[in-house]
Design a protein around this ligand. Structure first.
Ligand SMILES: [Zn+2]
Length: 552
């Protein structure tokens, strides 16, 4: 049986790939496209890295793995979020399934793999790994090995270290991202050659970071009309080229008969405006704010911070006075206020008069018996409210250009199915101009986006190539949930009972109908506790996610 090599390109899109391939700039990815099978890969209903990578690695929809975004509702209090980590994925991941079948996996930099967990194989954790983590590998001793071989290996380049308002800072950030691609490729090549594996998966997250910050600076048809400083024009294409080179280097060492899959968790496109969902809900009488909008005086940073932490009961409580002051020195208090409110709704909303509220991932009905202070009866009353809101949102237009705010609004229970579906939003909303923002203390319902130049799209990338893979074939459809079932099929492992994804028709020999029907084993993860981050880790990761523009 052969091996499978998976390269995850966070945020890669054909909208950039295709023009660059035409220009002859990506020889290795181009080879895959021409001599393999390709498809536009549909992401999760909310095309966000956390649920998308979780679905990629499990083959199930978020209703079965329980990850809908970077935050997850805890069971006791549904108005609160906890940051997700590898223990939050409540379905078995590909490495765990392969372990059950005696196969080994190498997993490098997958965004939800911290804390690393025991598998047959090895693991280097990705995004959401706390800087303070004493270990981010499995087995633990791999950490030393890795850092000795590649001392400049980094999980994530933090944009906070650069002044992105200056073109010098932008260039330095871009260079750091390029360097991190090289370091990750170098480390991966060493591990690829030194360790045993049946499946090796490496995720590069740099394209996503770069496109968030620099989307407008792309030398491609969709941005040709834009007047901008063109000096950084080449940055996006240079990063795709760096990825292509790294990919080519890795292909050189690939064992014979290995099948190669390239997958992105979501696509990308421009973003200019944001939609403040809770402001909208408030304006239309669905949500009531308990607190006055004006917070205690901002004149004293310490007292402001303490008050905020008191109100929101978030992890800042542990900060000492001097640390608090230190934190404030680096932050614009108004911005900080917005951020804190965006993340924790609980104590600022009058729940007794609130029918619906929004988080970053959609809108929840304040439902009796489900939410701790719910007021809307489940069934008829809730359904009527969901329908009404859905219609209102579908018809909503951006005032500056008259375009629809939402590409699509879907009912949560029609797209999320499974034991965790009740933690999902009741309405899944996705605007094509950026993530909807949960803040409700803004003055306006619509706002301009300053730092986020690009945002996610549902259309990602799928490429497959190698021994036994169909050549020059384009599939009509493919979903992020199909990756794990397809890899399992390739390795002779049946789908589990729960898998929603299907086996993609990428094999030269076609698909064996008998094997396709075979299902055995389960994706349900053994009862194990979800291990939350410590308060220190939480604030550190939140700060990082904010820096990346995800929690703003
Ligand atoms: Zn992503």
């Amino acid at each position: 049986m052969g091996k499978v090599f998976i390269v995850g390109l966070d945020g890669a899109t054909f909208d950039v790939l295709n023009p660059l391939i035409k220009m002859g700039k990506l020889p290795n990815l181009s080879k895959m496209l021409q001599a393999g099978t390709s498809a536009i890969l549909e992401s999760t209903p909310f095309p966000h890295s956390a649920p998308a990578w979780a679905s990629c690695l499990t083959g199930v929809n978020p209703g079965k793995h329980g990850v809908f975004g970077f935050g997850v509702r805890d069971e006791k209090n549904n108005y609160r979020f906890q940051l997700v980590n590898s223990t939050s994925i409540r379905a078995k991941t590909l490495p765990l399934l392969l372990t059950e079948h005696g196969k080994s996996t190498g997993l490098i930099n997958e965004p939800l793999s911290y804390p690393p967990y025991p598998i047959h194989g090895f693991m280097v954790s990705g995004l959401m790994t706390p800087l303070t983590a004493s270990h981010f590998t499995f087995p633990p001793e791999l950490r030393e090995e890795l850092l000795q071989a590649v001392p400049d290996y980094v999980t994530e380049v933090s944009p906070d270290q650069f002044d992105l308002k200056e073109s010098q800072g932008e260039a330095a950030y871009a260079e750091a991202l390029l360097a991190s691609i090289r370091a990750r490729a170098k480390a991966s090549r060493i591990l690829m050659n030194q360790k045993a594996w049946d499946v090796l998966m490496i995720v590069f997250t740099e394209l996503d970071r770069l496109q968030h910050s620099f989307w407008g600076r792309i030398n491609n048809p969709s941005s040709s009309g834009q007047k901008e400083d063109r000096s950084l024009d080449a940055i996006v294409s240079r990063t795709y080229e760096e990825i292509d080179t790294a990919f080519g280097d890795l292909l050189e060492d690939l064992p014979a008969k290995t099948q190669v899959i390239v997958v992105s968790d979501h696509g990308f496109g421009p973003s200019e405006r944001t939609f403040y969902m809770n402001r909208f809900l408030e304006e239309h009488g669905y949500l009531k704010i308990k607190m006055v909008r004006r917070f205690p005086s901002l004149r004293s940073p310490q007292s402001f911070m303490r008050r905020i932490f008191q109100i929101t009961k978030i992890s800042g409580n542990h900060l000492t006075k001097s640390e608090t002051a230190g934190t404030m020195n680096h932050r614009d208090p108004k911005n900080f206020k917005k951020r804190v409110e965006g993340w924790v709704l609980e104590d600022l909303v009058d729940w007794s008069r609130t029918k619906a509220f929004a988080d970053q991932y959609g809108i929840r009905i304040n439902m009796k018996g489900r939410e701790p202070k719910g007021i809307i009866a489940p069934g008829k009353e809730a359904e009527a409210l969901i329908d009404k809101l859905k219609n209102q949102l579908i018809q909503l237009k951006f005032p500056h250009n008259g375009k629809s705010v939402f590409a699509d609004v879907q009912k949560g229970h029609s797209v999320y199915l499974g034991p965790y579906a009740d933690r999902a939003p009741d309405l899944v909303t996705f605007t094509e101009t950026g993530f909807p923002h949960p803040s409700y203390t803004t003055k306006d319902v619509f706002g301009k986006l300053e730092s986020m130049k690009g945002s996610h799209r549902r259309e990602g990338v799928f490429l497959a190539w190698g021994e036994g893979i169909r050549k020059g074939k384009r599939l009509e459809r493919a979903s992020i949930m199909d990756i794990t079932p397809t890899v399992c099929y390739s390795l002779g492992i049946p789908r589990t009972i729960e898998m929603d994804g299907v086996v993609l028709d990428i094999f030269e020999d076609g698909l064996d109908p008998k094997r396709l029907l075979e299902r055995s084993g389960t994706s349900v993860r053994e009862k194990g506790d979800v291990i939350p981050f410590t308060p220190e880790e939480t604030s550190e990761i939140e700060a990082k996610l904010r820096g990346l523009g995800y929690l703003d």
